[in-house]
Ligand binder design. Structure first.
Ligand SMILES: Nc1ncnc2c1ncn2[C@@H]1O[C@H](COP(=O)(O)OP(=O)(O)OP(=O)(O)O)[C@@H](O)[C@H]1O
Ligand SMILES: [Mg+2]
Length: 311
């Protein structure tokens, strides 16, 4: 028998020991609702997100913005006030935690929902925005915004714009971005991304910014187990496999690198690079062994990862 719910009534606590059928119905109703054709945009994104390891808070966040946008459409249809939708966001996360990938998915979802016309992603960093002489920066930034119209402008390491202080042209880029956000409010979405601590400091130093970015999303570092799961998935996708010792070595390498590199540890990117080096190490090993059996061709061993780690 399961303890399905606790109910508090006039100070009493009622422990309900049986799973209630209504509750079951409610849960299955909830999951079925999203199967309706009108929710195809969300389903499509959800299927892609499901491929990702971890990222529970991001998955919830995506559902929340979908629900909010959808409800606002319905409210408008019903002649009710629809809240002003400011969709600019801040992404806080260490390298390789999935920021760019998720931004791309959001762009896609917004296009499917008719929020953005094109749904493309323009990735930019300081050098793409900041010019070399007076007036150049505003022009460069405006051109980039122009390219992003109908989609998302994703500015990585956004704080680098504030790097040089008052006299630096980076400040002009920020001002131009803010102005474009206001002038073309509904035609593009701006995402500022970067390391958590630096992003927080940047937003604090620019008091006009936080209120313009109502959505703040944190991308946590992956645990060793999540990283291992991710690695296994990538191995499988590439038609390879790990033998027992290979997996053990990989796990050790991951926890060691994560500890040693701390905030610089590049999460998903680290795995991808390590795997590619291990695959090349395996190729050399098999060539030298003159060994091309199907199992051999597929198997990444401990030595391959050890070699990969020291490159
Ligand atoms: N949860 C995950 N599951 C599977 N693969 C992931 C996950 N997170 C990241 N990756 C993979 O890791 C790599 C890096 O991800 P992405 O480029 O989105 O991260 P990022 O946060 O933008 O990194 P950077 O700060 O280095 O630009 C990609 O190849 C991506 O597919
Ligand atoms: Mg990125």
């Amino acid at each position: 028998m399961e303890k399905a719910a606790r109910m508090r009534k006039r100070g009493q606590i009622n422990v309900v020991l049986k799973k209630q059928p209504e509750q079951d119905a409610l849960l299955s109703h909830q999951s079925n609702v999203l199967e309706k054709p009108e929710h195809h945009a969300f389903k499509k994104i959800q299927r892609e997100l499901d491929e990702f390891i971890g990222l529970k808070n991001i998955k919830d966040f995506m559902k929340e913005i979908y629900a909010w946008l959808y409800l606002n459409q319905r409210r408008e249809e019903a002649g009710l006030k629809a809240g002003k939708q400011v969709l600019h966001m801040v992404f806080r996360g260490n390298p390789g935690t999935g920021k760019t990938t998720v931004a791309r998915l959001i762009a896609k979802m917004f296009r499917e929902m008719g929020v953005l016309e094109k749904g493309h992603l323009i990735e930019a960093e300081r050098a793409d925005l900041v010019g070399e002489y007076i007036g150049h920066t505003a022009q460069k930034t405006r051109e980039l915004v122009q390219k992003a119209i109908g989609g998302i402008l994703f500015v990585d390491e956004a704080y680098s714009l504030a790097r040089g202080g008052e006299k630096d042209f980076g400040k002009e880029a920020i001002d131009t971005l803010v102005k474009s956000m206001e002038d073309q409010q509904h035609s593009f979405v701006l995402i500022l991304a970067g390391y958590p601590k630096e992003m927080d400091r940047f937003l604090k130093l620019n008091p006009g910014l936080p209120s313009r970015f109502p959505m703040k999303v944190t991308f946590p570092n992956y645990t060793v187990n999540e990283l291992l799961q991710m690695a296994k998935k990538m191995v499988k996708e590439r038609d390879y496999q790990l033998d027992e010792k290979g997996e053990e070595t990989l796990k050790n390498l991951l926890s060691h690198a994560k500890e040693e590199q701390e905030d610089n540890f590049s999460n998903g990117r680290f795995i991808r690079n390590l795997l590619e080096r291990a695959i090349r190490a395996q190729a050399v090993r098999l060539l030298e062994e003159d060994n091309y059996g199907k199992t051999e061709l597929m198997t990444l061993k401990s030595v391959d990862f050890k070699k990969a780690a020291f490159k």
